[in-house]
Design a binder for this molecule. Sequence first.
Ligand code: NAD
Length: 369
Amino acid sequence: MTTSFRVFATCDIGDAINILRDRGYQVEIYPGPEAPPKSLIVEKVKSGIDGLITTLRDPIDGEVFAAGRGTLKVVAQIAVGFDNIHRGEANKYKVPFTHTADVLTEATAEFAFFLLGALARKLWSAEHLTRENHWGYWHPYLPFLGDEVTGKTIAVIGTGRIGLAMIKKCTGFDMNILCYDPAYENRDYIKAIQEEKDLRYQRGISRERTWIEYTTFVDALKRADFVSVHVPLLREGESLTPTYHLFNETTLRQMKPTAMMVNTSRGPVVDEAALARALRENWIAGAALDVYEQEPLPANSPLRDPAIADRCRLLPHFASAARITRLSEDPEKGMAGRCVQGLRDVLEQNYGGDITQMPYVVNKEAFVK
Ligand code: NAD
């Protein structure tokens, strides 16, 4: 089957795009590594393209959907998060949008775990010591010590795909796990993890018996040595339990002064001004961030304060940035492959053209008959 669909991609997604070209699609790719100006996206959509490939940097709102009225058939996002796409407007104009859930779950969770380890064991400060030639002796506790994660308690905030994968990683490190999720409690998974923990203890693999349980948000914050955040960005009015500034002055003060947090979800989930203060004034002991309220992180961000550099790790929205995860053409393995497949499902009317059956479409509610 060959087609003559026209597609505009706001970034290069690698070789997976050739799957479309080989099928006769006319594909135009924005050449820069940065996001294209919004006006260019609107212009391309107005020109009558059938499909738009987007990243989380592109604001896809009512203006874009209005520009594509009658012509734009699908928006295919190369990410699992889709807070940049206005769901209400997509539904109003009856445009399905797709995302790339699942294929980045393990990569994102392992990255969150690695950040946790780097933060807890002070890898950044320790490497600086070596590189800057300040490593003068071996000593039982000087110039500083880190904290082991093994045997400690972690709070996993949000037990969706990535939160559950994080639980799996933490189980391998014999951590106790507090779970919080107001909308989705996967009790079967938690039960299976407890069985795995019990078996590890019974068979002498773990030295101590560890546990996992669901609890409230405040209880999780109060008891955890580490907090890892795996929620979508939901602003006021988008959910009964919005996540915008879920971590703020009040909630950061509920954490232990020795606790550390990792955020690989979305930047606006954390009030950065409050977090910088929490680190400066030692309400908490450390934070590792992969995502920010404004990306790239502005030069004047309070998080760049050199006074907190030893306990604040800053990464460039990098959690899914692993070779196979990002670029594999296989829709079962790579975000690029899954993005292309989502776009094809809609344009080529797979699943008998029934959008509600298409696995990668997010806003199925707009198409229920
Ligand atoms: P998911 O939808 O499977 O899981 C999110 C979970 O959060 C759901 O179970 C939901 O019930 C829960 N939740 C909603 N509101 C909550 C609240 N107020 N408090 C606690 N939990 C709440 O999504 P996922 O695939 O696990 O991805 C989670 C998020 O991670 C994505 O939305 C995206 O923003 C982010 N992400 C970031 C990167 C990165 O590169 N840093 C990569 C992948 C995903």
